[in-house]
Ligand binder design. Sequence first.
Ligand SMILES: Cc1cc2nc3c(=O)[nH]c(=O)nc-3n(C[C@H](O)[C@H](O)[C@H](O)COP(=O)(O)OP(=O)(O)OC[C@H]3O[C@@H](n4cnc5c(N)ncnc54)[C@H](O)[C@@H]3O)c2cc1C
Length: 410
Amino acid sequence: MDLRDSPEDAAFRSEARSWLEENLVGAFAEARGLGRAGNEHEGRETRIGWERKLGAAGWTCLGWPKESGGRGATMSQQVIWNEEYSRADAPARVGVMGEGLIGPTLIAYGTEAQKERFLDPIRKGTELWCQGYSEPDAGSDLANVQTKAVRDGDEWVISGQKVWTSYAQWSDWCFVVARTDPGQLRHKGLSYLLVPMDQAGVEVRPIRQITGTAEFNEVFFDGARTDADLVVGQVNDGWRVALATLAFERGVGLLGEIVHFHKQLDRVLDQAKRNGRSADPVLRQRLAESYVRLFILRLNTLRSLTGVEGPVAPPEASISKLFWASWHRDLGELAMDVLGTEALVADGLPYQLSETQRIFLFSRADTIYGGSNEIQHNVIGERVLGLPPEPKAVPVKAQPAKAASVKAPA
Ligand SMILES: Cc1cc2nc3c(=O)[nH]c(=O)nc-3n(C[C@H](O)[C@H](O)[C@H](O)COP(=O)(O)OP(=O)(O)OC[C@H]3O[C@@H](n4cnc5c(N)ncnc54)[C@H](O)[C@@H]3O)c2cc1C
């Protein structure tokens, strides 16, 4: 296997690098590195301008087919773009949910009218999206969604609560999984709706996180409305569409992230050399191990993308998620140990965190979102190792009146 760029890929890399050098100037250059995890609010206006500049020059939605407004870029070109983007430390993208999740879902399952209406604004960076899946009682157990949508003439009326909705406070639209047939249980009777956020029936309440910032929100739908034809896929068959969206999560973007991970590890190494902690034999072992695991992560991610043109399927997707999330969480802990007592003191008042502290605190979320570590283990256990499916709780409505305990469904 030759991991070096082919001549075509080398030319593409050079084009991407030159474009970034020529365009990441002025206010955009000042926004370098802004908006990353734990700092999502930073430089939003500039980053929206940057998203639109990328879109106008054809540097968004690279992997989308040409007929959908993308570049039809190969997987290796998408990887290269993500790597060069991270290497340039370009501002964090504001359009990731549109480009990476709802866009590909619409391309696969949307009607022609939905594609016509929504793809172009995503590509141009003029409409931003959020993902309305999780609820207080439906996270890992997504099939327990309780938000309801009821048909009223030419519209759906939506009521319920979503939670952990990233970027909802800045989004124009939300793709919502809602129950449209209350007579059906679990994953049956759900639909996948596209709901405008700017309306009286939608209230967004940011949740302040341990980083001091609010990446995610509670979203309350109280009689919110959307057009009847804004269901993706068939009514009551939203589960299939919802799973398809999840399959698009991550993938090529991880290679770009790995460039950032390298930069973060380099900072930790520098710090260890400067403050003398590199002499500590245990920390030296952990630093070397961290480097080796990151090396393996890159190779394994490249391997899982080899020959794939589309979402990475389980179990490779689960292995990758499990591996990078655990690596990054461990890096955060290692960084704190390298800082020693300094790690306990904020950079400034009232709660100004250093970059390293922020990485440590936000990385606690890595092993939760996009499917927690435990869920990834379950997927690998069942689909790779052939372990029997884990027992599922019987839904309350389906239990006989005097059922004493939870048992596996028939
Ligand atoms: C930073 C961040 C951003 C997010 N952004 C979004 C977003 O934009 N949109 C959205 O819809 N959601 C989002 N989420 C929600 C995320 O998908 C859920 O947090 C995740 O699915 C876990 O669900 P939960 O929080 O309800 O935890 P629970 O499902 O209640 O799990 C609690 C604990 O129990 C464990 N557990 C649960 N079930 C099992 C099982 N069967 N076997 C073994 N262990 C189990 C879990 O691993 C976890 O440790 C985000 C979360 C975070 C942290």
